[in-house]
Write a protein of this length. Sequence first.
Length: 262
Amino acid sequence: MALGDSTTVGLGDPLPGGGWRGFGPLLADALGSTRYRNLSFTGARIGTVRETQLPTAIALRPDAVVLVVGMNDTLRSDFDPVRLHDDLDHVVGELRVAGAEVVTVRFHDHGRVFRLPGPLHRALARRIGELNDVIETVVTRHEIGCVDLDLMPGAYELSAWSVDRLHPSELGHRMLARAFADRLAEAGCQVPEPVSLVCTGGARITPLHHLGWLVVKGVPWLWRRGSDLVPHAVGILLRALVDGERAEPPTPETPGTVGQPG
């Protein structure tokens, strides 16, 4: 079973006849599962997974669940790590009580993928860091599997990302499916078939495609999402300026402590 947001839906890995595939069906094939269900939807946040996806998941009593959610939370002005911890802990705890093996992700530096301007990059990175702290706490408490996207080989290569740089490409989804299969195997699940990294569909995405999308759609997206992140980014800059003014630089009259006798 798969829960989460648009990445779990499969955006970035289009099917020839329309719709999306993504890592879910690839992972289900590797596991030999005939009971695969994908309850995710675009725009989902951790709270909405708790409210709308979890009840159905529990009713279906899955053996294994992959959960990818949280990035949408980092892009909203009401970002609240305490609430996120409560929601995520509840979701994972209920799935574990129901007998499911659970695998989730620790997020990468997405500003590095999208190449955000400095202040927005730092603001998003700080929020992702706080989100990852929440995820790590829940992972440790419930002893579930976790894929660290920041450490996944090839995660920052353009080939791993669709033209929007927001969702994995077919290759990126295959990389995710393979990593999830590895974690589930470590948890004792049978994985009869390995996940291939050989892509089979869609046109090859070039740097020119990425540039074209960035100009036509990426900048408007950044403008919309920036309205939530900008106040946070300004706050970071102001705190840095205040901290810088509070620190007294060493002078000949007041030398720094480095090298001074104790």
